[in-house]
Design a protein around this ligand. Structure first.
Ligand code: UN1
Length: 509
C-alpha cells in the first residue's frame, strides 16, 4: 500500500527548515560535499567541508573552552543543558521533519528522535546536581578517603546516519554537564541535521550568556576529519557509533595513545518466542523491532527463534504483516516504512537475501517498491524462514531482513541466540518465569540490553545503552554512563598528627 498525498520539494523544504533553525546558508549551498535525501535520492545540499588543519584548530579551541568550562559549577553547566532542552522543545517539529528529510524516517520516528534528545537533556540537568563520588572506609586512623569526579577534556563524537541527532545529544548533554567540550563528526550522510542541532545549541549558548567560545564544534567532512579527531592528543575520549568495521579502525588508534573509547558498533539482535508467549504482543513487538526505521536501527530485530509449538500460529501472521505493511515516502504519506538510506544499502540487502536463499531460506518480501524516484530505494521488508542459523544470519545487514528459525529446546535456542559476534540487544517473549529469569541470568543473553516481553529496539534514555563483544563494550546515555565522561581522583586526607603508612609498612628515617 503506497499512500501518496502531496508533493514535497525536498531541497526547498530542507533549506526553509535550516533557515528557521538559524543555520547560515553559506554552510550548505555551495560547498564541496554533496548531500542527498534518501526520500527521493536527489541532492539537497552542497556542504562546506572542514580541512584537516581547520579540524585540528577547532579541537585546540575546544580544549581552551574546556579549560574554562571545567571551573564552572556543575549545576550551572546543567543550566546550559536545560536551555538546550527548551530550545529543542521549541524546534521539535522542525528538527524532527529535517530528520525525516535527511535520514528518511517516518514522521513519528523523526519526532521520537528529537524527543530522545529532550529526554537526555532533562536527565543530564538532574545529573548536574549529582556527579557524586564515594566516601570510603580507610584503614588508617585520623584519615578520610574519598573519590572526586573531575571533567575530562574534549569529547569527540562520531555519529551514524540512522540516529543522526539523538546519539550526538546523548553524548553532548552528558559531556557538557560533566564539564567537557564537545567536537562532533557527524555521518557524511546526515550533515544538515548536525548543523541544525549545533545551531539549536548555539541558541541555548546565547541565552546562557557567558559560556566559553568554542565549547561545541561540528566538523563537516569525510574520514580525514574523523581521523584528526581520533588521533588528536587533546581528545581524551571518543564516542563512536557505526559499523564494527569502523570500530576496528577507531579502537586500536585510540588505544595506541591511551585515549578512552565508547564504541557502539554493530548489532545482530535476536528475540526468542517461547511456547507460553502472548502472541499478539509478540507480533506487534516483532513488527516494530524488525520493520521499524526500515530495519536501520542498531537495535533492529534481525533474528527470531520461535518455539515449534507456536511457530505455525505466529509465523503466518507475521508474514501477513510483512505483506501488508505500508512502504512509502515518509514526507508525503502515512506509511510505516520509509526508504533505505542509499543504493549501497539496497544492494547489500539483495545480496543477503540471495545468500539466504542459497542456504535454503524461504523469503517473503524483500523486493524494491517503485515510487517513481530513480534514486530513492524503497523495499518491502523481508521475512526469511531459515532451516538453521548460518550464512547471512550470522552477519548484520543494515536493512529490514528478519531471519526466522524454529526451535524445540530452550537451551539450544539460547546458545544460538548468543552464537553471533555482536552483542547489543535481545528479547524474550514468555509468560514462564523460569525462562525469562534464565534469559536475564549470567548464563542467559550475552547482550548489553536484554528485554522481557518487549522488542529489541526503542530503548529509553534512562538506561545505559550499548553492548558487548563486537558491539564494542561502550555505554552511553543513562544510568552511570556519565562516569566515562569524567576522570576519577581518589583522595586520601590525613587529619591526624601521625603518618601511619598503609599495609602497616614502617619506614622510619
Ligand atoms: C541506534 O540505533 O544507534 O533503542 C540507536 C533504540 C533507540 C536508539 C537506537 N533508542 O532503538
Amino acid at each position: 500500500m503506497n499512500i501518496a498525498t502531496k508533493k514535497v520539494d525536498v531541497a526547498k523544504e530542507a533549506a526553509a527548515l535550516l533557515d528557521k533553525m538559524g543555520v547560515a546558508r553559506e554552510l550548505y549551498v555551495s560547498g564541496e560535499m554533496p548531500s542527498y535525501s534518501p526520500v527521493t535520492g536527489e541532492q539537497i545540499a552542497s556542504l562546506k567541508i572542514v580541512s584537516a588543519a581547520e579540524a585540528a584548530a577547532r579541537i585546540e579551541r575546544a580544549n581552551e573552552a574546556f579549560r574554562a568550562w571545567r571551573l564552572v559549577p556543575a549545576p550551572k553547566r546543567g543550566e546550559l543543558v536545560r536551555l538546550l532542552g527548551e530550545e529543542l522543545r521549541t524546534f521539535k517539529a522542525d528538527l524532527g521533519r529535517l530528520v525525516s528529510l535527511e535520514a528518511g524516517k517516518i514522521p513519528s520516528e523523526g519526532l521520537g528522535e528529537v524527543q530522545e534528545m529532550i529526554d537526555i537533556c532533562d536527565f543530564a540537568v538532574g545529573l548536574s546536581r549529582q556527579l557524586y563520588g564515594l566516601t570510603i572506609a580507610t584503614e588508617r586512623p585520623g584519615h578520610r578517603m574519598m573519590e572526586t569526579w573531575h571533567p575530562l577534556g574534549v569529547v569527540g563524537i562520531i555519529s551514524a546516519f540512522n540516529f543522526p541527532v539523538a546519539v550526538w545529544s546523548w553524548n553532548a548533554a552528558l559531556a557538557l554537564v560533566c564539564g567537557n567540550a564537545v567536537v562532533w563528526k557527524p555521518s557524511e550522510k546526515t550533515p544538515l541535521t548536525a548543523l541544525a542541532s549545533q545551531a539549536i545549541l548555539e541558541r541555548a549558548l546565547a541565552r546562557f550568556g557567558d559560556a566559553p567560545e568554542g565549547l561545541s564544534q561540528v566538523l563537516i567532512g569525510d574520514r580525514t576529519v574523523g581521523e584528526v579527531l581520533v588521533d588528536h592528543p587533546k581528545v581524551p575520549l571518543v564516542s563512536a557509533t557505526g559499523s564494527t568495521r569502523m570500530g576496528r579502525e577507531v579502537g586500536p588508534r585510540l588505544a595506541k595513545r591511551f585515549a578512552r573509547a565508547i564504541l557502539e558498533l554493530g548489532g545482530n539482535n535476536a528475540g526468542i518466542v517461547c511456547a507460553s508467549a502472548d502472541l499478539d504482543m509478540a507480533l506487534r513487538a516483532i513488527a516494530f523491532g524488525a520493520m521499524g526505521t526500515a530495519g536501520q536501527r542498531c537495535t533492529t530485530l534481525r533474528r527470531l527463534f520461535v518455539h515449534e509449538s507456536v511457530y505455525d500460529q505466529l509465523v503466518p501472521r507475521l508474514k501477513k504483516a510483512y505483506t501488508s505493511v505500508s512502504v512509502g515516502n515518509p514526507l508525503e504519506s502515512t506509511a510505516l516504512v520509509g526508504p533505505l538510506v542509499d543504493k549501497a544499502a539496497f544492494d547489500n540487502m539483495q545480496k543477503a537475501i540471495a545468500d539466504a536463499k542459497a542456504h535454503g531460506g524461504a523469503v517473503t518480501g524483500g523486493e524494491r517498491v517503485e515510487l517513481g524516484h530513480e534514486h530513492g530505494y524503497y523495499v518491502k521488508p523481508a521475512l526469511v524462514e531459515m532451516p538453521k542459523q548460518e550464512g547471512p544470519v550470522l552477519e548484520e545487514t543494515f536493512a529490514p531482513i528478519l531471519y526466522v528459525m524454529k526451535y524445540s529446546d530452550f537451551d539450544a535456542a539460547l546458545a544460538d541466540h548468543n552464537a553471533v559476534a555482536a552483542g547489543l540487544s535481545s528479547s524474550i517473549f514468555t509468560r514462564d518465569m523460569q525462562e525469562s529469569e534464565r534469559f536475564l541470568a549470567a548464563d542467559g543473553s550475552d547482550c548489553g540490553i536484554a528485554n522481557v516481553n518487549i522488542g529489541t529496539s526503542g530503548a529509553e534514555i534512562g538506561g545505559a545503552f550499548g553492548g558487548e563483544k563486537e558491539t564494542g563494550g561502550g555505554r552511553e546515555s543513562g544510568s552511570d554512563a556519565w562516569k566515562a565522561y569524567m576522570r576519577r581522583a581518589t583522595n586520601t586526607i590525613n587529619y591526624s598528627k601521625a603518618l601511619p603508612l598503609a599495609q602497616g609498612v614502617s619506614f622510619d628515617i
